[in-house]
Design a protein around this ligand. Structure first.
Ligand code: SF4
Length: 297
């Protein structure tokens, strides 16, 4: 099972023609089918932010614990954009959440598992005002679901699999990825700090919440008490994280700053820089002339 919502799957099992919502596919999956669980034994599942939110709730853990226990990091593109995949067994690509009876988190399974064997491709042609969604069919030899008689449209399949909520909750995140990709190498490689920030807002909602409680965050953004209290809800916080990324990474401001916050930050950074510079110069001076400080070894 291999899915990527932001670009077409690379390998050949994809049936090459693009599908629309009204196109008909022939597919079914159910307990008792000869290949039952085979796709979860070949799992290559990229996780989107809302997938993590659902899974960490289902497993009763924080996002930080979930990321540590159930995911592996990878680079989503040549610039090194951080992504996370579901962890599999060390020996084989078997999903850790699979049991003999099927998926142990079925009601909260990730979007890629829901879509399979339909592939979602989100792209934004240079002349289009917004991104476009296309679908394709992934036919892998291990999957016998394509031989089942049931026929239904892509729209019906999406509804049945409950992907709409997932798509709604992840939509702006895909836009951020596409925006970064369409910027290309012209704007240079993003800094490690911006990747850390992207990771925090995208995947680690509980640590992101801690960040919104810091003095520096509260002193920077002019948010009402109601808005701050809304952050106790993971989904609300996730959506706020998307806005914050658009603002910090692409300058698309939608979150008001406290008066003077920007100047204060610049001044603080200048002070830190000056203190660091002073310390470096002092250390350098001591290295050059150690006898100037007889009290030290
Ligand atoms: S999360 Fe569930 S459906 Fe997805 S690969 Fe794992 S066991 Fe299979």
């Amino acid at each position: 099972m291999s899915q990527d919502n932001a670009q077409p799957p690379v390998q050949s099992p994809v049936v090459p023609n693009l599908l629309g919502l009204d196109d008909i596919i022939q597919f079914d999956c159910h307990q008792g089918i000869s290949c039952f669980n085979a796709c979860c034994k070949q799992a290559d599942i990229t996780l989107a932010p809302y997938d993590i939110l659902r899974l960490k709730h289902r497993l009763g853990m924080t996002s930080t614990e979930f990321l540590k226990q159930y995911t592996v990091p990878f680079e989503m593109d040549a610039s090194g954009m951080p992504g996370v995949k579901l962890r599999t067994n060390d020996e084989e690509p078997v999903c850790l959440l699979m049991t003999d009876e099927g998926c142990s988190v079925y009601d909260d399974r990730p979007s890629a598992c829901r879509y399979y064997p339909v592939g979602l491709m989100t792209m934004r042609p240079s002349d289009a005002p917004r991104e476009e969604h296309h679908y394709c069919l992934v036919e892998e030899p291990h999957c016998k679901g394509h031989q089942e008689a049931r026929k239904l449209s892509v729209a019906e399949y999406r509804k049945e699999q409950g992907v709409e909520t997932y798509d709604d909750m992840n939509r702006e995140w895909y836009q951020i990825i596409l925006k970064r990709r369409s910027a290309g190498p012209a704007v240079g490689k993003p800094s490690p700090t911006s990747f850390q920030f992207f990771f925090l807002c995208s995947y680690d909602v509980d640590r992101f919440r801690e960040f919104t409680h810091t003095e520096s965050f509260r002193n920077t953004y002019a948010l009402s008490n109601d808005e701050f209290s809304g952050f106790s809800d993971d989904a609300t916080l996730l959506k706020f994280g998307y806005r914050l990324m658009m603002q910090v990474l692409f300058g698309e401001a939608s979150i008001p700053l406290r008066e003077g916050a920007l100047e204060e930050r610049i001044e603080k950074r200048r002070e830190i820089y000056q203190a660091r510079r002073k310390l470096e110069m002092e250390l350098h001076r001591q290295k050059q002339d150690p006898y100037q400080n007889p009290g030290e070894d």
